[in-house]
Design a protein around this ligand. Sequence first.
Ligand SMILES: [Fe+2]
Ligand SMILES: [Fe+2]
Length: 220
Amino acid sequence: MTSTHQFVKQLEAHVHERLAGLDLLKEPEIGAVDRLEIVRRLKMALKNELEASEIAAVWIPTTPEIEVKLALARQVGDEAKHYKLIEDHLTKMGADLAGFNPSADGYGPMFQLLAGFKTTVERIGAAQFTRESLALKKNEQFIEFCEAAGDRATAKLYRESIQPDEEWHVRLGRTVLEKYATTPELQAQARSAVEAVLDLAVKVQNKQFKEMKVSHAPGC
Ligand SMILES: [Fe+2]
Ligand SMILES: [Fe+2]
């Protein structure tokens, strides 16, 4: 194993360990949940998908590595597709989306943090390697939540149509770091970007839990 592989493996273990800590914030018991609660969380997902699509798009012109540029382009499409799938699903559930604008309050804190990263290892370390791992995990928790609430259709949408793409986004993060985070300086850059996302994720989750009583909101 090269030292770069080792670096990525260790960083991955670190991300998983920190994300496992977020489980502690799980809602202890899922009681009788009504449809409105699932609708509320799916609307939060729309904002996440929109911002995930947009940040990948913003990076395309300033990413010099061609295969990374093209992978970002695929991700832009994936997240836009997720948005559409969730939107159609909400409509089928009878949710009223007229007048709903997920970007009405501007960009969220995660988008703003990500937008500040300038190099490929920082960006991909932060967004695909870490934020997408977080999304994968949050979506798993949301699937459990939907199943416990008896909403099989929403669980199926996430399991079959969304999660496979999220797994690809995380894999992209790993591949790019293995290829490009090859010096101690680049590894330090990637590590601190990863840490910043993890710190913010914990903050956001605490805030959502406290103010909105939500911990199983789906990611992107
Ligand atoms: Fe994603
Ligand atoms: Fe997504």
